[in-house]
Design a protein around this ligand. Structure first.
Ligand code: DX5
Ligand code: ZN
Length: 218
């Protein structure tokens, strides 16, 4: 799918009605699937068994965001079950480059995520190893938090470097993305937008997705 991409986060969906919730976001680009292990972040969602069912049921491809410890061990399993992209946290990976190569080998887009306080300069030389970089715009762990504008200079530097090197990397933002914040993230260089509460909290989901897309392309 072409940019701007809108990836609703099912963290904001009704977990016991997952099939119906997935059917509501058919006009999105990907479904963002937040895996949390109650160790890397202080919250717990679900693991590969649930993600495999989401993969079998979703009308759109899966964008898996792993907020887990030891992704070197667990991330390949999500690529193997068919997720279109698998993003692990830079802070948690023992060997990020090796893991990214492994994910690509299996056939997934390889993504790396950074928390608000994590710098990205170390990734500059390795941009070609990744298909997407996720700049967290809240502390990972919970939906419904406020967007952190102080993460924008980092996103801007990343976007500049990506352009300078001609790297083919999608730049994703996640956390507090809504009608009033998506514009500044797009302006700073993001092309892929995760939104939980702003999509699932809307009365008309298709209109919310279209509205976000339109504001991001303005
Ligand atoms: C937070 C998750 C996000 C979350 C975003 O740790 O990674 O994907 O669902 O939710 P909103 O859009 O409500 O901030
Ligand atoms: Zn996420």
């Amino acid at each position: 799918p072409a940019a701007p991409r809108i990836n609703p986060s099912i963290l904001a969906a009704d977990f016991v009605n997952m099939q119906a919730e997935l059917a509501r976001i058919a006009s999105a680009d990907f479904v963002h699937v937040d895996v949390m292990d109650n160790h890397f972040v202080p919250n717990l969602t679900f693991g590969p068994q649930m993600v495999e069912r989401i993969q079998a049921t979703s009308p759109v491809p899966l964008d898996v965001h792993l907020m887990i410890s030891d992704p070197d061990r667990w991330a390949p399993g999500y690529a193997e079950l068919g997720a279109a992209s698998v993003t692990f946290h830079l802070e948690a990976a023992a060997d990020p480059i090796r893991l990214a190569r492994r994910l690509r080998e299996i056939g997934a887009r390889a993504g790396v995520a950074v928390k608000p306080g994590t710098e990205v300069e170390g990734l500059f030389e390795h941009l070609h190893e990744f298909d997407q970089i996720l700049v967290m715009t809240v502390e990972p762990g919970f939906g419904g938090q406020g967007f952190m504008p102080e993460t924008m200079p980092k996103l801007r530097r990343l976007a500049e470097e990506t352009r300078r090197r001609g790297a083919d990397v999608w730049l994703q933002v996640d956390g507090g993305i809504a009608a009033d914040t998506i514009g500044q993230a797009a302006e700073a260089g993001a092309d892929t937008f995760v939104a939980g509460s702003a999509v699932f909290g809307a009365g008309d989901i298709d209109a919310a997705i279209a509205g976000l897309r339109e504001t991001a392309s303005a």
